[in-house]
Write a protein that binds this ligand. Sequence first.
Ligand code: PEP
Ligand code: MN
Length: 367
Amino acid sequence: MTLDYLSRLPGVSTRIHNVRGTQQVLTEIYLIGDTKSLLLEDIQVLPGVERVIRVSEEYRILGRHRDEQRAIGFEYNGVPFNQDTLNIFAGLCAVDTPEHTEQMMAALRDHGQVCTRMGAYKPRTNPYAFQGYGKSCLPYVFEQAGRYGIRVIAMEITHEAHLVEIHESLEQAGWPTGVMVQIGTRNTQNFELLKAVGRQQEFPVLFKRGFGITLNESLNAAEYLASEGNSRVVFCLRGVKTNMGDPHRNLVDFAQVPVVKRLTRMPVCVDPSHSVGSREHSPDGILDLMHAAAQGVVAGANMVLIDFHPKPAKALVDGPQAMLMNELSWFLEDIALARECYEKRQALSRQHMAKVATDGGAHRVPD
Ligand code: PEP
Ligand code: MN
């Protein structure tokens, strides 16, 4: 009845979007078109309406609009993703051999990790470069993931057909693990791919910012996923192209973690591997990769995507930027320190706010 009424409003069309939370399913009805003359109070009293929000034009679904405190968190295969959690996705940039995949997964299991990255479809700059093993490697990747307790694998796709291949392989293996479909930086504005990935609800999405476009353009592109129905999206910062970033592969953009958390409700990921692109270290002995990852986490990142490889010299893609298996403990401990620092910084900020509120402006500079 409410929907009938809303869809009869002149100059206004409706779009329905179901948000699957951990507790309930929320139906959002978007009124699109000439809505300026509508009064919030008139809509608030319609049956079944819990809340009415006037949203700004940008990032309608993923954006954090005025007075909007609702998080966009979701749980996938038992792993929670939201703006307060932190998940580490260490793994292979590209799957090469079953042995390397297994060594990676065993190390993760030994360190209590339940997420990884495994590239099967690789978008390469050079058409003659290795393009990934594609669907042929999926059976053993999924079987091993199940065996080593991996619950979520971040895996880039470059074509919507890959969704079907992943689904079929998971089905054949008996769904031993979950896949978070990754949209790479080279496909950030591949709108048809975004629409196809947005239309399916099965896999959540790790969406990488475009390396040569503005943040605003990247956020609008992410909104394509949500506008088609999939708002289980994690937004990934991965550096931007500019020679000002040299000698890093890209200019690290992790200062934008809090910006994305403020502008949108998406959890934010940082990818130090594809930002920094090397194993250089500073005189303190800490790899630039680890410095960048820690910077992201200290700024509140909710996910870290990072390349590791048991034998980087044998890796078919991005060996020179891979961290080593015997660096996994060090890396995880370093991240835990950075996270602790972020949590202390949050507490400090709350303490400051409380003090300002009770002081009632006692320290205000006189006019
Ligand atoms: C990757 O994560 O493997 C990758 C290719 O990243 P990006 O799209 O950020 O270059
Ligand atoms: Mn890579």
